[in-house]
Design a protein around this ligand. Structure first.
Ligand code: HEM
Length: 277
C-alpha cells in the first residue's frame, strides 16, 4: 500500500543549513572504495548521503563509525523523478553494507513508501530501511549502479552537527602533539572530534517518520524509544507495538503496563533520548 507521509518540519534532504536537517554529503567520482570515500565520524548523526551514476557498473562508497549499542539506521531513498522512479528495483544501484567484523548485507529494496519533504516540496520514495544494533567500529557502504540513476541514503538519526572526514581517522598516536613535523594522516575537515553540541531532543516529526515495522519509534512520557527490535520479541505480540510506531504510545503503554516493573525495565533498553520541547 502506498502511503504519503507529509512532514511538518524542515526535514530536508536538500542540504539547507538547518539544525533539524539531515546533513548533506555528496559522493564524488573518486569515492570508488570505502577507504577513499568520506567517513561519517559518528554514524548516529543524521546524514543524507547522495550518489549519482551516469551509467552501469559505477561504484560510490563511504564509511560510518558506530559504537557497540548504537543503532545502525539506514534508509534508501529516491526522488520521484526520472530516470530512477521509472527503474525496476533490480535496475537501481545495489547497496552492500559491511560491518566492522566483516559481515556483509545487501540492502533489501522491499517497500515503496512515498515521503513528501515539505520544505522543498520534493516527493521521495523510501525503497528500503535498516535498523539494527551496531557493532563497534567502521561500517563500509558500497553502491554499484546498474543504469543512470541517483539515490540518497539517510544514515543516522540524531539531529546534531556531525563531522565528515576523508582518509584515516586520526588517533593521538598518529598525530603526536610533540612532533608537529610528522603529518602521516590527512588534515581532517573539519575537526574529527565527535561533536559535543548538547542534544536538542528528538522532534515529533522524526518520530512520525519511523512508523513501520522496519523503523518504529514511539514516544512514552516525553521520551523517544526505538522499538523496532522489540516488535517481534514483545510477549504481548507484535501488533500492540506496531500500533504505536510513529506515535505517542504513552496511553497504550500505561493502560496495559502501568506500575509493572518488567515492561518498564525492558522499555529502558530502547531509549533514544528526550522529546524536543
Ligand atoms: C512500548 C513498550 C512495551 C514494552 C517494553 C512491553 C513489555 C512487555 C513485557 C515485558 C511483557 C511480559 C509481561 C510482563 O513481564 O509483565 C508484556 C506483555 C504484554 N504486553 Fe507489553 N510492552 C510494551 C507495550 C505494550 C503495549 C502498547 C500494549 C498494548 C496496548 C502491550 C500489551 C501487552 C500484553 C497484552 C501483554 C501480555 C499480557 C501481560 O503480560 O500483560 N504492551 N509487554
Amino acid at each position: 500500500m502506498r502511503k504519503i507521509v507529509a512532514m511538518a518540519i524542515a526535514f530536508t534532504l536538500l542540504g539547507v543549513n538547518n539544525a533539524s536537517a539531515h546533513q548533506p554529503v555528496n559522493l564524488g567520482k573518486s569515492d570508488t572504495t570505502a577507504a577513499k570515500g568520506p567517513l561519517l565520524v559518528d554514524g548516529t548523526v543524521s546524514f543524507a548521503v547522495r550518489a549519482s551514476f551516469t551509467k552501469a557498473r559505477e561504484v560510490r562508497a563511504f564509511r560510518a563509525q558506530l559504537k557497540a549499542g548504537d543503532s545502525l539506521e539506514v534508509q534508501y531513498l529516491i526522488i520521484d523523478k526520472a530516470p530512477e522512479n521509472k527503474l525496476k528495483v533490480n535496475q537501481l544501484p545495489t547497496l552492500v553494507i559491511t560491518s566492522p567484523s566483516g559481515a556483509r548485507q545487501v540492502m533489501k529494496l522491499d517497500e515503496r513508501t512515498e515521503f513528501l519533504e515539505t520544505f522543498s516540496q520534493t516527493l521521495y520514495f523510501y525503497l528500503g530501511r535498516i535498523n539494527q544494533r551496531a557493532e563497534s567500529g567502521i561500517y563500509n557502504f558500497t553502491m554499484t549502479s546498474k543504469a543512470r540513476s541517483a539515490i540518497t541514503l539517510g544514515v543516522g538519526y540524531r539531529e546534531v552537527p556531525g563531522d565528515v572526514i576523508r582518509g584515516a581517522l586520526p588517533t593521538p598516536a598518529a598525530t603526536p602533539a610533540t612532533t608537529p613535523s610528522v603529518s602521516a594522516s590527512p588534515t581532517p575537515t573539519p575537526s574529527p572530534s565527535v561533536s559535543s553540541t548538547p542534544e536538542a531532543g528528538i522532534t515529533r516529526a522524526q518520530v512520525e517518520m519511523r512508523n513501520s515495522k522496519n523503523a518504529c519509534w514511539s514516544i512514552i512520557d516525553e521520551k523517544v524509544y526505538d522499538l523496532t527490535r522489540w516488535i517481534d520479541s514483545h510477549p504481548g505480540g507484535p501488533s500492540y507495538i506496531q500500533f504505536i510506531c510513529g506515535k505517542d504510545g504513552t496511553n497504550s503503554f500505561k493502560a496495559q503496563h502501568s506500575g509493572r516493573a518488567n515492561p518498564t525495565a525492558r522499555l529502558a533498553d530502547f531509549l533514544l533520548g528526550p522529546l524536543a520541547r
